[in-house]
Design a protein around this ligand. Structure first.
Ligand code: KMH
Ligand code: ZN
Length: 274
């Protein structure tokens, strides 16, 4: 089978040191976690950044500092900034990291519940505007889909020429409370709707991180793990680093006959311009 692109979502915007003291906030901590994930086999770092006190921010300068620090310790990694940011941020705030011209960035494909009282806002106009800005800047979107309607919307906007349509890359996120459940049926339903030339990755939330990764690996897809989505190695055992989570998924991949892609192999698989 083909190589697998492993993405490490090392920090996220919502998880805290109170939940797991190893969640990185500072620039040094983010760089340390990126390096551990890279050493364990991650080719892509999905990046959210924080202030030193843990507050999520989309500040362009803070992203710049974090990206430079990651480049210092792991120069080849693909860095995939978030344009989702944190709940409640405005579109302009969220778009700031695109000014740094990353190779690829997330583009969230619909509004959804996000836990108990939170709503993650991504109106159709916002999606079109995020797509327009990313096209203008030569950034490949990673279409982030929390349910099938989001996949359908991204495909429909791409057909109308309103989103980049060639070699679309999707991240199917399953298990956020209020969105699609993390089941094999749902994952294969979503993946079955993709065009031939698309690529995809799967993300399982919480205790579903490794079961969803195993399903994606068996189906020939790519996987995302990391503190953004899950803080535990197994029930009751906190992960010491993102490296441990990546290491576990690499072991599962190898058992299934798949080797992790290097960053440059991942660039080729994702049709990225370096
Ligand atoms: N923090 C979530 C509200 C993304 O990175 O694009 C959104 C998120 C998605 O993490
Ligand atoms: Zn994210």
């Amino acid at each position: 089978m083909s190589k697998v692109i492993i993405t490490a979502a090392i920090s996220g915007a919502e998880v805290t040191k109170e939940q797991n003291p190893n969640v990185p906030y500072t620039v040094a901590e983010i760089a340390r976690e990126a390096k551990r994930a890279a050493d364990a086999g991650a080719a892509v770092i999905h990046l959210h950044v924080r202030r030193d006190d843990g507050t999520p921010t989309q500040d362009k300068e803070r992203f710049k500092e974090n990206i430079a620090a990651i480049r210092e310790v792991a120069p080849d990694l693909i860095i995939l900034p978030s344009t989702g940011g944190a709940i409640g941020m405005s579109a302009d705030e969220r778009l700031q990291p695109t000014e740094l011209l990353p190779e690829i960035a997330t583009l969230d494909c619909g509004t959804c519940n996000f836990g108990n009282d939170d709503i993650f806002d991504n109106t159709v106009s916002m999606i079109k505007e995020f797509g327009r800005r990313m096209s203008e800047r030569g950034i490949k979107p990673e279409y982030e889909c929390f349910e099938q309607g989001m996949v359908d919307l991204a495909l429909s906007l791409a057909r109308k020429g309103l989103l980049p349509a060639e070699h679309m890359h999707f991240n199917m996120v399953l298990g956020v409370i209020g969105t699609m459940a993390p089941t094999a049926r749902n994952l294969s339903f979503m993946v079955d709707s993709l065009p031939e030339d698309a690529t995809w990755c799967a993300t399982g939330i919480g205790r579903n991180q490794f079961p969803i990764a195993a399903m994606a690996l068996a189906m020939g897809g790519n996987v995302r793990v990391g503190f953004e989505d899950n803080l535990y190695m197994e029930k009751g055992v906190l992960a010491k680093s993102n490296g441990e989570l990546v290491d576990k998924v690499v072991k599962i991949a190898r058992l299934l006959g798949r080797e992790p892609a290097t960053p440059d192999e991942a660039r080729e698989m994702l049709h990225l311009k370096k």
